[in-house]
Design a protein around this ligand. Sequence first.
Ligand SMILES: [Zn+2]
Ligand SMILES: [Zn+2]
Ligand SMILES: [Zn+2]
Ligand SMILES: [Zn+2]
Length: 425
Amino acid sequence: MATTSTSGQRFCDICNNRHITTYAICWCPECDENYCEKCKSHHDVAKATKKHEMISIENALKIPKGVQDIKISCTEHDERFVYFCREHEQPCCIKCLNDRHTGCRNLISVETVIHDVKHSPSFVDLESTLSDLQSNISSIIKDRTANLQELAKQKINCAENIRIFRASLNSYLDTLENDLTTKLQVTYKSKELEIQNSLADLELRKARVCEMQEHVNLLRHNASDFQIFMSIPEYTKYAHSYETELQGLCENELFNWTNITLNTTNIHSIKEHLTSFGTISVKRKVSNTLMKSQKIRQAQLTGAISARRKFDTMQFEEKYRLHIPDAENQHEILDCSILQNNDFLFSDWGNKCLYKFCSGKICRIDLSFAPIQFVIIDKESIAVTTENNIHILDLESLKILKTFLPGNDFNLNLDQLYSKTTTTL
Ligand SMILES: [Zn+2]
Ligand SMILES: [Zn+2]
Ligand SMILES: [Zn+2]
Ligand SMILES: [Zn+2]
């Protein structure tokens, strides 16, 4: 029903049936009808409906649109849904039953499926999945943010190290510059001294020659020819010895021109070797964030209770391949599960046994009955269905701890099982 007006308000369904337009003030989830003030007062006192809990229109409109569209009645037959068909994953009204679901056997009353639904494992699981997701995302955000802050610090650190490297390179270059300048100074000083010594020596020689010239001039002007004749050999001897000495010095390259030049180290070879101050490397390590994930048992329960996901949209990947050895009869594996210690368990209806796979080994557990479905209760025990009963089985001793007959809805649900166990035991 739920007549919605365009302004995001709703009209009273009861008045609407009488072709009167009034705004609704509340909605009854059980009747799935909107009521105006007047119609609400009738609903509040009528015997069949007085226990219904109403929801204000304001709050009803807050329900997500897709959920608001879920109606309690069949749109095709205008009848209230009475069953939920597990085979079609659809609710069905009494008319649908004789229509589309004639061959369907796995029908559960709507009353049963919605019973205590807010505390059902699938709803609780959904809530805890969302809360786990939220906390996982939050801790990942926290971790990513911390990483970002750390990254900024590392960048500053690296920049500082580049600066330090540059400074040490500068100081190394300063040292090289000083060394070479010092060498230049030392070289210049020694060459300067050499030339200065040589100049002093030459000045001395020049003075001696000058003195001899003066003597010879004096001879020319004042001495007798005989005196000149007699002294020529002596002076000539000295003059020749001076000449020979000078010649010798010249031959020993003492008067060679001294040059100072600088051959700088080839800058290209430096550039070739020093192409960079360093390298920037990125390393990735596993984050410390631990993801909360659903326990296997919970996942199984959720899977078993509300397998609403469509198989054709799921992607499958082979994780394990287990080989069950041939037995006396044809295998009829009707159920499988993972135990709390991660062992695999299979039920074989055809051979009246269970198979347990633990670390690559297979172990056959013979039973006195043919198992159909089972659920894991705890470390030691499982609940197994047969054609007529549910047995609580101890996996160690293989003793049947308890047997009971299920009710009309023969469906293995751990919650129901617990309530049955507590009432029966
Ligand atoms: Zn009304
Ligand atoms: Zn109602
Ligand atoms: Zn129908
Ligand atoms: Zn069906």
